[in-house]
Design a protein around this ligand. Structure first.
Ligand SMILES: Nc1ncnc2c1ncn2[C@@H]1O[C@H](COP(=O)(O)OP(=O)(O)O)[C@@H](O)[C@H]1O
Ligand SMILES: [Mg+2]
Length: 242
């Protein structure tokens, strides 16, 4: 199967703090990759490097066979990299539906009418249909998290980056979210999901990587990785930490 994403020896430092340390990884077309690691390990920075918000100091980012290391975020979004942010920041004065139309306008090129329809489909897919005409600023945190995912989906990504969207959800909500992500995955979208709620992650991902101090310290079958002593030590008590 073809690679949709490849990072080659990527590094990034903020001053003297190395946040990404010679990190290489790849994601196959249609694959779901999980990412875990303690707070401050450099997980969100990794997403910034993939989506184009942050340029690495060294190394290369390849998407769909094209080197995009220097491409800016809007171009990468049009190319099919969609992301959600750990801290949701919707356009608070716009309705939920309008937020998705913005996403549709910035993503893969599509005719206007198709964009409207696609945004409506995403509302349905993410369980936000009842909130379509509500201003995003009035949503609860949990609804904002759904909207984060919906905005990313509105751009019609081929690679979806999800940054800790399950934190703070009830068990039932978490289960629903897992089902939604499984459906997205079945539709052929490749996924990288950073998540502290490990059992939710394990229900979806094919492969798991562990990041600590900006380095990849483990990679492989999710259950095997979770069983490794090093990961157990790092993860002791972290589940449910949000
Ligand atoms: N723009 C920035 N400027 C300075 N330090 C940053 C910046 N972004 C992230 N960091 C630091 O880099 C480290 C990793 O952050 P982050 O990637 O958000 O970690 P994680 O998502 O794994 O919790 C943290 O110590 C954080 O404070
Ligand atoms: Mg983070």
């Amino acid at each position: 199967m073809q690679e949709i994403l490849k990072l080659v020896d990527v590094s990034k430092a903020y001053g003297s703090l190395t946040v990404t340390d010679h990190l290489s990884l790849s994601v196959r077309e249609g694959e779901a990759l999980g990412v875990i690691g303690p707070n401050g390990a450099g997980k969100s920075t990794l997403f910034n490097i993939i989506a184009g918000g942050v340029k690495p100091d060294a190394g290369e980012v390849h998407y769909s066979g094209i080197e995009v290391t220097s491409s800016r975020a809007p171009r990468r979004c049009r190319m099919g990299i969609g992301r959600s942010y750990q801290i949701p920041h919707p356009f608070v004065g716009m309705t939920v539906y309008e937020n998705l139309l913005v996403g549709a306008a910035f993503g893969e090129d599509m005719p206007r009418e198709e964009g409207f329809q696609h945004a409506a489909n995403v509302l349905e897919q993410t369980g936000l249909i009842d909130k379509a005409n509500v201003r995003a600023g009035t949503l609860t945190l949990l609804e904002r998290k759904r909207l984060e995912m919906a905005r990313a989906l509105a751009t019609r990504p081929r690679l979806l980056l999800l940054d800790e969207i399950a934190g703070g959800l009830t068990e039932h909500e978490c289960h629903e979210l897992v089902e939604t992500i499984q459906d997205i995955r079945k539709s052929g979208v490749s996924i990288i999901w950073i998540e502290h709620i490990v059992h939710a992650l394990l229900a979806v991902v094919d492969r798991l990587i562990v990041i600590n101090f900006g380095k990849k310290i483990a990679e492989g079958d999710p259950h095997e990785v979770m069983k490794s002593t090093e990961v157990q030590q790092i993860y002791m008590g972290l589940e449910g930490d949000g």
